[in-house]
Design a protein around this ligand. Sequence first.
Ligand SMILES: Cc1cc2nc3c(=O)[nH]c(=O)nc-3n(C[C@H](O)[C@H](O)[C@H](O)COP(=O)(O)OP(=O)(O)OC[C@H]3O[C@@H](n4cnc5c(N)ncnc54)[C@H](O)[C@@H]3O)c2cc1C
Length: 408
Amino acid sequence: MKKILFISTVALAAILVLALMFGRGWVTRLNDSAPAKLVYEIDHSFDGDVIVIGAGASGLAAANALQRHNVPFTILEATDHYGGRVQKDDSFADFPIDLGAEWIHHDAGILNRLIGADNDEPPVELIHYNPTDIQSWNGKSLRKASGIITRLGQWSFPEYKFKATTWYDFVDQHFAQNVKDNIIFGEPVVNIGYAGDEVVVTTKNDRTFTADKAIVTVSIGVLREGYINFEPAMAAERINAINGFDFLKGFKLFLKFNEDFYADIIEYNLENGDKTYFNAAFKKDAVDHVLCLLATGDIAEDYYKLGNEDAIVAAVLKELDEMYQGKASAAYSGDYRLKDWGRHVFTMGTWTDGDGGKNNLKLASAPLEDKVYFAGAAFENHGQMATVHGAIMSGYDVAFELLSPYAD
Ligand SMILES: Cc1cc2nc3c(=O)[nH]c(=O)nc-3n(C[C@H](O)[C@H](O)[C@H](O)COP(=O)(O)OP(=O)(O)OC[C@H]3O[C@@H](n4cnc5c(N)ncnc54)[C@H](O)[C@@H]3O)c2cc1C
């Protein structure tokens, strides 16, 4: 015990010394590794057209870049809506909830750069996400997190949320509105042929679309499932590289209560994946009390085994009752919203936890014969993997990559 205490004190002292030596600026720069200029300009002589597959953040960003460079394009989207893993629900509570991405895992200035704005004023009101009421649950008891470590973490890696809006609103306003007329919804792509001069894309509805190039932005989960057939087939080492990514199943469960008896964050220590409860109304102008469970990896799969949503909700309430002496059942309003990304056929997971190494990323995302290009949150190249802003950057980058051989 004494030894553990000694080691933790030394670790804490080392963190403090490092923080004092390098200061927040250093750590923030690390976090802020996105390029200073995100909206690229390129003079080009490409006179062909492009099919973009997927209308998530990355596909929409790629389409915006093509539009900006006067390249004709069509977006084929499998579902009946755009946004992909960026979705919201306006009707659940007295504030909109983010069903997918929620945090801006970056300095707030990234939003300006994503839309090519030169000023520093965020384009929308944000919340600095800095809760200190944090507990951890080990299955038996709740423990309060160390205030110093929490504050140090928040100071080093600042995070933000949208105050009265959502990631969806941001993507909708700045990316979808410009290109939505070029989206064909309800067209799941099942085959991409790239052996001839043109790329031939076939959808589940037996419709065929042709273009000079295609940009594939579906999630790594969809690629891995083999939902889309490539002709010629991808090389085995490329398929291995795609399989080497960590892309965990998971869901978000929002529960409405009549009082907030819970901490702002309740954490778990898991080997594979995440399990966190968080107060979704934190710093929002809200009267409603909404707690969200975000579960990925093994624990999400365990919840799936319970069979249906009612059973998952019952298990979650039981656990919260154990933590808070029956208060959860007493305060539960009966309203919940479960968004399962792990088993959604056009997502098949949540976010990429790791790419299996730099070479893997290169192998998995290289264009096929300079005709079929790949983009998306998993394939971004600025150390911002698994984020919305990373997906948008990747969309910009892929358009640039496609046009570069035709640069004047
Ligand atoms: C629960 C959850 C929480 C998250 N939290 C955060 C967060 O707090 N902050 C953050 O920055 N990021 C977060 N992320 C990650 C972030 O949402 C993603 O990295 C990002 O939105 C991915 O964008 P994308 O365009 O690469 O892919 P997607 O959003 O998956 O878009 C791909 C699109 O392709 C479509 N599609 C799929 N298959 C086909 C097909 N065969 N044919 C045609 N279309 C197809 C899909 O329907 C979808 O519209 C979270 C994700 C989840 C699921």
